[in-house]
Design a binder for this molecule. Structure first.
Ligand code: MN
Length: 128
């Protein structure tokens, strides 16, 4: 069962998305701010991270930069989630190291296909 770390400060979004992902067969661990998101990634080693960009303590861009600059976590795929559909936001997310990007409110089928594509890629990378 693939493990997803969901970093999201909005309780309603967090509860709703985690429930829907669990129903699809994913194990979900959660963090409520960027700094605990980084710590959770290091301790839980999830298969993929869903990272809200606007987060307290440490925003999603900085949290992503930290995870992507450390050997232990740099290969964990990260999907940025933002409320803004602006292309500058998308560019900023990709520049900070996010592997993909999606906008909120989340459309589950679209997000799931991005999750599955990244998980397939990273499994290929681990093959001998
Ligand atoms: Mn937020």
């Amino acid at each position: 069962m693939p493990k997803i770390l969901l970093v999201e400060d909005n309780e309603m979004n967090r509860d709703m998305l985690s429930r829907r992902l669990e129903r699809k067969g994913y194990a979900v661990v959660m963090a409520m701010d960027g700094e605990s998101g980084v710590m959770m990634a290091q301790s839980e080693m999830p298969d993929l991270i869903l990272m809200d960009m606007s987060l307290p303590v440490l925003d999603g861009w900085e949290a992503t930069r930290r995870l992507k600059s450390e050997g232990a976590t740099q290969n964990i795929p990260i999907i940025a989630l933002t409320a803004h559909a602006m292309s500058s936001d998308r560019d900023k997310a990709l520049e900070s190291g996010c592997n993909d990007y999606d906008t909120k409110p989340v459309e589950l089928s679209r997000l799931l296909s991005k999750i599955e594509a990244l998980l397939k890629d990273s499994n290929k990378g681990e093959a001998p």
